[in-house]
Ligand binder design. Structure first.
Ligand SMILES: [Zn+2]
Length: 139
């Protein structure tokens, strides 16, 4: 279960996890839930699916306060707050069409995290800086 997602970002989190709904897992989504801390928040619950570290890193970019709860037999057995990584690889795509990662070269995207709030990430190759909207659009 992924809790404390900024309101309105639940569907982006599912996209990061590559979930279309056709996988067969039971998925519950709550959007704009009243929260004492954040005012409103989203919650995503994916059954029978562990998150890959790479997915958790990207979730941390758009939901830096998210917590990932692992539930077994209706009990929370693990509760981890996401940590902003120093770099992310493979996703998102670079917004610079001339970047080496957007050519036919076998070079995967690689970004350095510059700041958390507001989010700024810099392409390792072409040095272009992307914000949160750029990240969400290019997942
Ligand atoms: Zn680039």
């Amino acid at each position: 279960m992924i809790d404390h997602i900024p309101a309105g970002n639940a569907l982006t989190v599912l996209k990061i996890c590559g979930i279309s709904g056709k996988e067969g897992n039971t998925i519950s989504i709550a959007i704009n839930v009243p929260s004492s801390k954040a005012g409103r928040k989203d919650i995503v619950k994916i059954e029978d699916r562990e998150l890959e570290p790479q997915e958790v890193d990207i979730i941390a970019l758009i939901a830096p306060n998210a917590t990932i709860n692992i539930i077994r037999d209706f009990k929370v057995v693990e509760k981890n707050r996401v940590k902003l990584p120093k770099t992310v690889k493979a996703y998102p795509r670079c917004i610079n069409p001339n970047c080496v990662t957007n050519t036919k070269e076998p070079v995967e995207p690689h970004f350095i995290i510059r700041s958390e709030e507001p989010l700024r990430i810099r392409c390792y190759y072409c040095h272009i800086v992307m914000d949160k909207d750029d990240v969400i659009k290019n997942l």
